[in-house]
Design a binder for this molecule. Structure first.
Ligand code: NDP
Ligand code: MG
Length: 395
């Protein structure tokens, strides 16, 4: 056996220590499942949640991490009393989440919090040299240029968890020296695929929360229904794969079997396929460069005699056009888009505004808030605050 093979085998058996930010959410709970099923490969070192103290306590008693953090300080005493007798350290508050990611014992930080809240912990984790398994796409949407600059400076790899970006990443393995001509991000089309404006006018949260192919947290499910999710994913792809906006296209593929496609400069295309199951991209991001064995259901061609493709009507799904505009404009424009969208989605879920009001709020904020071409971290923070303030006046 040569040296390379020996070192590869040793590496293969090294356990990785994982911090799961947002462990009580859809991605977080699936990540725990994946890590527990591969306990020879992964140790869970940290779990964090926003306010769901009951699930956080139950998870910690099962997983026995070193540390847990609950963002909502009102539940700190409950979590502490339940876990400290088991030798698990407990902290509370957003600042604690932003600090815990820097613990020496952590190898990989899985960012599965929702929205803008993921930004600061991701920045701190990168500064501490941790690998990032990135589910929290909003971090790259808000501050992709800054994140890439920091990742480069600190020699940190960002492994995509989002299924489309995982697909692109999987297509690129072994192709690092070959230029990408373009990528196609596939979209299921969500629950309102093919619907017109008059239908969307009367869409309720209950209707929008029924996604045909994926079971996810509320915010991303609404984003999928409004096509904002695909817009955010275009910006996410721009930064992850260092692409120009015109190299990124979206195609609706209702069966969600092809998770995305890379087209190379010779015209050849590579696609990554599989049944829709977020545990696969989570496992690939955590296990890279290894593919770990699973017993997940396998794809059967006979159950899918047709894989079909459609375009999106951007006059109906205006959010996709807004996100494309923000991607081209760059600077703090995607940050404005994101903050406005977070306020709009929250208001829609609380039935304060109609489904069709969401893109209007986003557009109004993009027209109103000061554009900054080369924002600093403080500019992003201020842009987020001012956009939320203005968006709230429109609700
Ligand atoms: P969920 O809403 O299901 O879970 C969010 C998690 O983050 C929960 O643990 C929640 O805690 C925690 N959280 C929410 N807000 C805060 C906050 N302000 N501070 C600290 N913790 C917080 O979301 P998902 O798992 O669906 O999505 C997570 C991220 O992954 C999103 O960015 C999403 O776009 C992305 N993603 C998700 C996919 C999916 O299949 N779900 C697919 C691809 C990407 P608590 O439970 O206490 O509220
Ligand atoms: Mg996705």
């Amino acid at each position: 056996m040569n040296n390379f093979a020996t070192s590869f085998i040793i590496k293969k058996h090294l356990k990785k220590s994982i911090a799961i930010l947002g462990s009580t959410g859809s991605i977080g709970t699936q990540a725990i499942e994946v890590c527990m099923a591969h306990s020879d490969n992964f140790d869970i070192e940290v779990l964090t949640a926003n306010s769901n103290h009951e699930l956080l306590i139950a998870q910690a008693l099962q997983v026995k991490p070193n540390t847990v953090v609950i963002a909502d300080t009102t539940n700190y005493a409950l979590v502490k009393d339940a876990l400290e007798p088991h030798d698990i350290k407990v902290f509370a508050g957003n600042q604690a989440i932003a600090e815990v990611v820097q613990m020496d014992s952590i190898d990989i930080v899985l960012t599965a919090m929702v929205g803008y809240s993921g930004l600061l912990p991701t920045i701190n984790a990168i500064k501490a040299g941790k690998s990032i398994a990135l589910a929290n796409k909003e971090t790259l949407v808000v501050a992709g240029a800054l994140i890439n600059e920091l990742a480069q400076k600190h020699g940190v790899n960002i492994y995509p968890v989002d299924s489309e970006h995982s697909a692109i990443f999987q297509c690129l393995v072994g192709e690092w020296h070959n230029k990408i001509e373009k990528i196609y991000l596939t979209a299921s089309g969500g629950p309102f695929r093919g619907k017109d404006i008059s239908f969307l006018e009367s869409a309720t949260p209950a209707m929008a929360l029924k996604h045909p192919n994926w079971s996810m947290g509320a915010k991303i499910t609404i984003d999928s229904a409004s096509m904002m999710n695909k817009g955010l994913e275009m910006i996410e792809a721009q930064w992850l794969f260092h692409l120009k906006p015109e190299q990124i296209d979206v195609i609706v593929h209702p069966q969600s079997i092809i998770h995305s496609i890379v087209q190379f400069e010779d015209g050849s295309m590579k696609a990554q396929m599989g049944l829709p199951d977020m545990k696969l991209p989570i496992l690939f991001a955590l296990g890279y460069p290894n593919r770990l064995k699973t017993d997940f259901p396998r794809f059967n061609f006979i159950n899918y005699p047709q894989l079909t493709f459609e375009t999106v009507d951007k006059k109906v799904f205006k959010n996709l056009a807004h996100a494309e505009f923000a991607m081209h404009k760059s600077g703090n424009m995607p940050c404005i888009l994101n903050a406005a969208n977070e306020i709009a989605v929250e208001a829609f879920l609380k039935e304060k505004i109609k489904f069709t009001a969401m893109p209007n709020i986003v557009e109004a904020c993009m027209n109103k808030i000061n554009f900054i071409a080369n924002p600093t971290y403080d500019d992003y923070v201020q842009t987020d605050i001012s956009t939320r303030e203005f968006a709230n006046t429109l609700v």
